[in-house]
Design a protein around this ligand. Structure first.
Ligand SMILES: NC(=O)c1ccc[n+]([C@@H]2O[C@H](COP(=O)([O-])OP(=O)(O)OC[C@H]3O[C@@H](n4cnc5c(N)ncnc54)[C@H](O)[C@@H]3O)[C@@H](O)[C@H]2O)c1
Length: 284
């Protein structure tokens, strides 16, 4: 089966970004949100982002119009019935995602691939909720999806070779670079990245160096584009704590226990860029 029509469930940061990527690369897209207004507002936001690309000369007007024409907004799950691939991008909560998989099992075709964009959760836990767990996998786009080249393809124990081959072909048609990963918390990127970010917080707390010097050291010494505190603020400290918690739950490795300083900052509402302050102050 070749993938032509793609359903995106959830219209947050990742849902809107993946919908745009798929539509720009020739796929018909059905964007489903729980509320019709939200789905329509997300498509309107995508149109604005494409308009900016045209203004800056990065996209032709005709390509922008063709991309927009390929996207339909809906609140009805049954509108996903014709989709060859459905990617869920709802909140990082296993119970919410499992309930959604049960609904998708009824709404989608038997031979549709159902994929999750989870950052850390066990894909197998979602796969066992549907009649065809061989048609379930993870497809982990990065933020912002239109700009980031990497996509981790997650293979739960139940996935068939055919499913993984079809999803790889979809990812490549989207112009992304896929890597295939076993179904382990954090996959490759977050499993390696988050102990480093957590250890940067521990180092700051011990007073080994100050915030700016740690960020400067990692940019200058490792050629990283951002220091650990700049990156934590970009990801969001609440999201970072959820990722560390999921890694700890699976491994029981204390290297993944969120540093108490992170927990206190989340409790204070200092979530990083999205709340206006985190390790840095964005209100200045
Ligand atoms: N933000 C990132 O950097 C990033 C990167 C890669 C993967 N992810 C993953 O993508 C998924 C979505 O993350 P996001 O950053 O787009 O989040 P977001 O908060 O921007 O969007 C979450 C979406 O889930 C919906 N939602 C919330 N509660 C729900 C419920 N009970 N039932 C159904 N839908 C519900 C919201 O309406 C929204 O559309 C998560 O699994 C996350 O781990 C996030």
């Amino acid at each position: 089966m070749s993938i032509e029509r793609v359903g995106i469930v959830g219209s947050g940061i990742m849902g809107s970004g993946i919908a745009q990527v798929a539509a720009q690369n020739g796929f018909e897209v059905v964007l489903r949100s729980r509320k019709q207004e939200t789905a329509e507002a997300t498509v309107a936001g995508m149109e604005k982002s494409l308009d900016r690309a045209v203004e800056k000369g990065r996209m032709e007007q005709a390509d922008r119009d063709a991309t927009v024409a390929r996207v339909t907004a809906t609140s009805a799950l049954h509108d996903l019935a014709d989709c060859d691939l459905v990617i869920e991008t709802v909140v990082e909560d296993l119970e919410v995602k499992k309930r959604l998989f049960i609904e998708l099992n009824s709404a989608c075709r038997d031979d549709a691939i159902i994929a999750t964009n989870t950052s850390t959760l066990a894909v197998i836990e979602m796969a066992v909720e549907v009649n065809h767990p061989d048609r379930v996998c993870g497809v982990h786009f990065f933020n912002p999806a239109p700009a980031m080249k990497l996509v981790e393809i997650i293979r739960p124990l139940t996935a068939s070779d055919e499913t993984i081959a079809e999803i790889r072909s979809f990812v490549e048609t989207c112009g992304k670079d896929p890597v295939e990963v076993q179904d382990r918390a954090g996959f490759v990127v977050n499993a390696l990245l988050f102990p480093y970010l957590n250890n940067a917080v521990k180092m700051l707390e011990k007073g080994v160096a100050n915030r700016d010097d740690i960020d400067t050291a990692m940019k200058g010494g490792c050629n990283f584009p951002m220091g650990p505190f700049e990156l934590l603020d970009l990801v969001g400290l609440d999201t970072s704590v959820s990722i560390l918690d999921a890694l700890y739950q699976e491994t029981r490795d204390h290297n993944y226990t969120p540093d108490p300083a992170l927990l206190r900052m989340v409790a204070a509402g200092m979530l990083g860029r999205k709340s206006g302050s985190g390790f840095y102050d964005y209100n200045k």
